[in-house]
Design a protein around this ligand. Sequence first.
Ligand code: TRP
Length: 448
Amino acid sequence: MERESFGNRFGVLVAMAGSAIGLGNLWRFPYLVGSYGGAAFIFVYIFCVFLLCLPIFMSEVIVGRRSRSNAFGAFKKLAPGTKWKWLGAVSVVTPIIVVSYYSVVGGWSVEYFLKACTFEFTAGATQSEMGMMFTKFISSVWSPIVGHTIFLLLTAAIIISGVKSGIEKFGKIMMPLLFVLIVIIAVRAATLPGAGEGLKYLFKPDFSKIDTSVCAAALGQAFFSLSLGVGTILTYGSYVNKKENIALSSTYTATADFFFALLASCAIMPAVFAFGLNPQEGPGLVFETLPFIFSNMPMGWLVAILFFLALIVAALTSSISLYEVGVAYLVEEKQYSRRGASILVFIIAWVCGVLCSLSFGPLSDFHIFGQTIFNLFDKVSANFLMPVGGLLLVIFVGWVMKKKDVMDEFTNGGTLRGNRRISGFVYFLIRYVCPVAVLAVFASALIF
Ligand code: TRP
């Protein structure tokens, strides 16, 4: 059977940017910025994205396109008969864990979108009312599970349609829409009286705030936001055609992802400051603080609808990239049909997601290693599996694959002159800088 691939460069870009831009940008990045000192965090983040994570991103695309295989098959093909296939196995399992809890948060977005449409963020509500509404919602049994189910079904529907007519087509429509939505919201927020303080917080760094915990958080976020270390970019890379310029499309993706995160912060922080709220709200920022702001600003009901719609769209284009990893594996290695594979992944992710969802309510006292199920999934994947997966992947590309093969992919057989010129530098980053830096940050996070 002929393997599908993305149609053209725009298709590659929207798919990859779609994977990268998601809840990580709209939900995780703004609250981390708030918790880790504003502009100083962003400053460190820029280094993490462009110096460390971009070469890792290119490495994943290289492994994918070179092998033209799913995450498991790739290592089997490029390093036959070695233990590297275990990295492949982990790269197939992790995204399924991630998609299960990701889709729980996706489900919250669905619920909050419905709440916004039915004007539940009543004018004049206080912040504690909104906080209570959120706590009550996530700790209930049924509504979050309904949201999770809807969200996962939407994901499965796109996946079943295939790479080109599902993933690529959806991205081409949704990514531009997402951009427009976020710009509208950012403009609305920046024109609130008192918004200037928020912008200052985002753009005027206080370098004394930088310490190891800021570096570790920034690197972890860069990994998460660029979808690294768990085989998603590798799988998408395997659908990139041989003529595509890997360095260029990776750089575009990382840049777009970065600006989206910044734009999302510009949509959120000025509003937080305009209302005199605390930016260090943590994970509740989007679901507690924002609804309060929406319910108290002119035209807030409309902004609320647009915002939660944007959140769903962004989350969907990311969850399909996670979902696709398992499907590609089952189709290519286990001879499933695309539909059959999608159903199996759905069942696993749905059950794990239900457990995650219940861990805010009836299962909140059930702890594994002192963590609720949701937190365990989140922490183990973001703080452990992703950095370790990324680390092993650059080691694979820098030290196990033949340099000639890597260069061949990087320069399309020597035909891309610009890439030839920077290839030495990029290879140096992949071989030495990325592994050492990731290891250092990882170790420091374990020690401190
Ligand atoms: N990058 C996405 C976001 O920012 C989430 C995501 C998609 C992801 N694929 C991933 C995160 C793989 C980690 C690993 O929301």
